[in-house]
Design a protein. Structure first.
Lengths: 258, 380
């Protein structure tokens, strides 16, 4: 099975993050990592490869620094990577990002595309759907479990109440949550091997996309303004002078917890 | 000095220590239980195979890679780090360095994958530093060695997955009248080989340490490791290398003390300001960072000498001595910065404090390191 995993480099959600002057995510100074959910996507691809054979390719659209995350992704075990890199991509909206990724996927002919269900920076949660739509293939999204039976894919789609069972024939896009598996840590052998794995870089011209269709120039939506999240409120202290229990219940009910 | 792969390994192990070790280790420590799950996960990551060739199931890395991994794990917890250190440099390394091809093929693969552990039994109840005092004896009877004696404080010797312990024993008298020492592989479960219940230790509470006794234990003659009579030379080499690894582990502990102190000093308030605002605290932390940094340089330097194939004895002793004494200093200061909370077992620094002291004792005491350095300088 020919599997492509979509991997986005994002600022580490555990450290200080922010937007740059042009309202795009500050990536220059950030401590950048693989989008957490994408590690689960890689793990899932490697497990399917172990059972079914075939090849696993990493696909990333991102600036030069994203190469570090591609190496790290490869050190987990995938065979090769494609890095779409072009200055004109800066400021891309979700629609144009999906256009670029779909075009790159077109050159790779995957049976299965696995993505994270959400990135920790943009968080729009629509990339898998948009790509599937552009490629005219099925989208199985929000999986907590994925089984492959020949050309049939079955997922358990995680919902707030439980899960739904959804099936589709390959080729298809599957997006996964972090409940699906436990990603491996790169071994030293994997790290050494990753150095020698091929990483193909593609520019917009290689994909037949005009610079004006993407980036700020082609954006369908634009972040015009942003503000820091307001600091947390001080909270309310309940002193227990005999009626602490009642005061607590009163607070909880005023917040509609009880 | 770190190349790209070493840096990537360090990062991978750092994440592992943070995500897999940190959340569960305090409970193992309190309960004195051995963290089998963590060992299995380290095995999957290939940490037990780091400095070994791929043909035996190793990762094809070097000893420096092992040291980096030890540092990152010890930054979070020393019981896990010593389990890895002892498994690799005391358990597998003697077989790798001195074993016959057959011994390597038979014993190494499960050790390098972390599915099995092995111990190295040198210390005895009656001697430690004075290794020439070995009283355990092995006598060749037909095609079997018959072993009698006892060993003390042997790491990884009694886990459910321990497959053997390599023991040093007197196998005869040298032409010059001295003891002939050899090392012999004794599989776990061999009749007469008894593992006493684990010690009640001050620190390293989630690591496995036992006293062992041998009563007419019979093992095949081919369990002799390498050449007969080479025991002394063998363990000296093993201990020299091991010192670099212990130094790396000590650096991890020292750095962990800095991490915890930095965090705590900015959160804890006294007299209307975070305690990090007091110069007395700032200087303590500055000194801690200095010691951690210099200790790291010392072990990097010793490892580089060793990997370059040069004589690294003195540098390894210096690294071990400086890094472990620094670790004790850092643990003491980190506890001090934490005030009363530093004396509570639930705080990582309490664990660091309890774990630090053994570093100045195990794999050659500080006094022995000074002796090694003085000897190398030609005055002892
Ligand atoms: C504050 C903010 C607000 C934004 N608002 C909008 C908006 O309103 N409308 C809009 O169109 N855009 C918006 N964007 C931009 C949008 O988030 C980006 O264009 C982004 O490319 C869309 O991806 P995502 O990471 O949000 O996708 P998601 O759908 O959350 O990502 C899901 C998965 O898709 C894959 N993926 C996503 N991006 C890549 C990539 N570059 N390379 C490889 N795989 C990838 C990964 O597997 C990822 O896990 C906003 C960005 C920010 C920072
Ligand atoms: C938790 C733990 C795990 C261990 N794991 C192992 C293991 O896996 N395998 C193993 O073989 N051993 C192991 N040991 C044993 C450890 O290596 C010894 O305890 C150590 O080498 C010191 O030996 P000793 O305890 O006999 O002390 P001694 O040698 O009796 O030393 C007592 C004191 O005298 C000093 N001293 C001794 N000789 C001199 C001298 N010539 N000049 C100056 N001072 C001197 C020492 O420095 C020390 O301060 C372990 C110990 C512990 C506590």
């Amino acid at each position: 099975m020919n599997i492509v995993v979509l991997v986005k480099q994002v600022p580490d959600s555990g450290s200080e993050r922010g937007l740059a002057g042009d309202n795009t995510v500050e990536r220059q100074s950030a401590n950048n990592v693989i989008n957490e959910m994408d590690e689960y996507a890689i793990e899932e691809a490697l497990r399917i490869q172990a059972a079914e054979g075939g090849e696993v390719t990493i696909l990333t659209m991102g600036p030069e620094r994203a190469a570090e995350s591609i190496r790290k992704a490869l050190s987990m075990g995938p065979d090769k990577a494609v890095h779409v890199i072009d200055d004109a991509l800066h400021g891309s909206c979700a629609l144009s990002t999906s256009k670029v990724l779909a075009a790159a996927l077109g050159t790779l002919n995957p049976d299965l595309v696995i993505a994270g269900a959400e990135s920790t920076d943009g968080r729009v949660q629509v990339m898998p759907h948009m790509i599937a739509e552009r490629l005219g293939i099925a989208a199985l999204t929000g999986a907590r479990k994925l089984t492959v039976d020949g050309g049939t894919l079955t997922i358990e789609r995680q919902t707030e109440e439980g899960y739904e069972v959804v099936t589709a024939a390959t080729p298809a896009v599957v997006s996964v949550w972090d409940t699906i598996n436990e990603p491996r840590y790169p071994s030293f052998k994997g790290i050494m091997a990753a150095k020698k794995k091929p990483v193909q870089t593609l520019a917009l011209a290689d994909l037949g996309i005009e610079a004006g269709e993407v980036g700020f120039a082609g954006a369908s939506s634009e972040v015009v303004e942003h503000a820091k999240r307001p600091p947390r409120q001080g909270g309310q202290k309940v002193a227990d002078d005999g009626n602490g229990g009642a005061a607590l219940v009163e607070f909880l009910s005023s917040e509609k917890f009880v | 000095m770190l190349n790209e792969e070493h840096e990537a390994l360090r990062e991978s192990v750092r994440e592992f220590a943070r995500d897999v070790v940190a959340p569960v280790i305090a409970k193992h420590y309190d309960d004195h239980t051995f963290p089998y799950d963590i060992v299995a996960a380290m095995g999957k990551m290939g940490l037990f195979g780091l400095p070994f060739a791929e043909e035996y199931g190793g990762m094809g890395g070097d000893y420096f890679a092992l040291c980096l991994a030890l540092e990152e794990i010890a930054r979070v917890d020393s019981s896990v780090a010593i389990t890895l250190e002892a498994a690799v440099s005391l358990g597998a390394m003697p077989i790798y360095r001195f074993g016959t091809e057959e011994q390597k093929r038979r014993w190494l693969p499960p050790l390098l994958s972390g599915e099995a552990l092995a111990g190295f039994g040198l210390t005895e109840p009656g001697f430690g530093s004075d290794a020439g005092g070995t009283a355990t004896r092995a006598v060749l009877d037909g095609d079997e060695w018959v072993i009698n004696g006892a060993k003390a404080f042997i790491t990884n010797s009694g886990t459910d997955i321990t497959s053997f312990v390599t023991v040093t024993a007197v196998t005869g008298t040298r032409p010059d009248g001295g003891k002939e020492l050899s090392t012999i592989i004794v599989p776990s479960g061999t009749p007469g080989f008894t593992v006493a219940p684990g010690y009640s230790k001050v620190g390293w509470c989630a690591s496995d340490t036992h006293e062992l006794s041998f009563e007419d234990v019979r093992v095949p003659a081919e369990n002799l490791l390498g050449e007969r009579g080479r025991g002394f030379a063998q363990f000296l080499r093993i201990l020299d290398e091991g010192r670099i690894a212990i130094a790396a582990l000590a650096v991890g502990l020292s750095q962990g003390c800095v991490d915890e102190s930095l965090r705590y000093a900015q959160e804890r308030h006294a007299f209307g300001q975070p305690i990090a605002g007091f110069q007395a605290i700032q200087f303590k932390i500055a000194d801690m960072e200095k010691r951690a940094h210099l200790s790291r340089l010392a072990y990097h330097d010793a490892a580089a000498e060793m990997l370059a194939g040069r004589d690294f004895k003195r540098r390894a002793a210096i690294a071990k001595l400086y890094a472990t004494e620094s670790a004790v200093d850092n643990a003491r200061e980190a506890t001090q910065i934490h005030g009363g909370y530093g004396f509570m077992n639930e705080f990582p620094v309490a664990r660091f404090w309890r774990d630090s002291k053994i570093l100045e004792i195990g794999e050659g005491t500080s006094e022995i390191q000074r002796l090694v350095i003085a000897r190398d300088l030609g005055i002892a």
